[in-house]
Design a protein around this ligand. Structure first.
Ligand code: 6PG
Length: 262
């Protein structure tokens, strides 16, 4: 098992194969977690590669090996838009996967939506989600948020992760959840888990595709600071994986891209 300081890096031929391979890993991980008899907690991400992974999970015959009623789902970030807006990460994940598997809705934790178009208080919404996390925390977690089994994270070409953008105040926020205003990627108002909360995952998988990410993937894996490259600031407590396509891995030193699967 790779320690947090030495992440596993796996490179696949292209985005489609990456999505298929991560979907297979994801299903296997869920089955393994559930074989211990407990509810598995997962933090989902948005972004195009994540949605492709969710669609591949939905299309896999192996999906029925998972007890979807015993999966607790959280979000790493959300676009602060009205419920059902097609640009919400939750809406996209719903269409790709969550609407087609038999989830226990009591264990589904979408981030709050804006009450009306262009209206709402993202700071209050961030506090509400922090309370929801706190109420799911168990004494053994020793924290105000639960220990997540698995955290999925996309990475933007600027190095952002969840909605932690370079230069933004949320990078310094010690609360569990932060509101983000004036995000450089639309929509401008967002909610995000903060670094202390993202650090609570036992296992963290970065899923990254595309040549535009190659410079930040190299920086994140070469010791960049988290204020410049926020993705560099998140590691799993037990394991960190970078699951890449060849284009995203193109600038990695060869000793870092240890495994290339065709
Ligand atoms: C968002 C997305 C975003 C995404 C990355 C990677 O809220 O805007 O969640 O953070 O995860 O930008 O996106 P791609 O997978 O599309 O490259």
């Amino acid at each position: 098992m790779g320690a947090a300081s030495s992440p596993d890096v796996v490179v696949h031929r292209d985005a489609e194969l990456l999505a298929q391979a991560v979907a297979a890993r994801f299903l296997t991980r869920l089955v393994d977690l559930q074989s211990g008899g407990r509810i598995a907690s997962v933090v989902l991400t948005g972004g195009s590669i994540a949605i492709s992974i969710y669609a591949a999970v939905a299309a896999s015959p192996t999906r029925d090996a998972v007890d979807w009623g015993r999966i607790e789902l959280w979000w790493g970030d959300e676009r602060f838009l009205v419920d059902g807006d097609p640009n919400r990460n939750a809406t996209q994940a719903g269409a790709a996967l969550l609407d087609v598997v038999p989830l226990n809705l009591d264990l589904l934790h979408p981030m709050p939506a804006a009450p009306r178009v262009g209206v709402g208080d993202p700071e209050a919404a961030a506090e509400a989600y922090a309370r929801e996390l706190a109420s799911a925390s168990r004494p053994g977690d020793h924290a105000r948020v639960p220990a997540f089994d698995l955290l999925l994270l996309g990475v933007g070409p600027d190095g952002h992760v969840a909605s932690l953008f370079p230069g933004h105040p949320a990078l310094h926020d010690e609360r569990a959840v932060a509101a983000v205003r004036a995000a450089p990627k639309p929509p401008p108002i967002r909610l995000t888990l903060t670094f202390p909360t993202l650090a609570r995952a036992r296992e963290t998988w970065f899923v990254v595709s595309g040549a535009d990410k190659a410079p930040v993937v190299r920086s994140a894996l070469s010791g960049a600071g988290r204020l410049q490259v926020p993705a560099a600031g998140v590691t799993g407590q037990r394991r960190t994986r970078w699951l890449l396509d060849k284009a995203a891995a193109a600038q990695l030193p060869s000793d870092l891209a240890r495994t290339t699967l065709r």
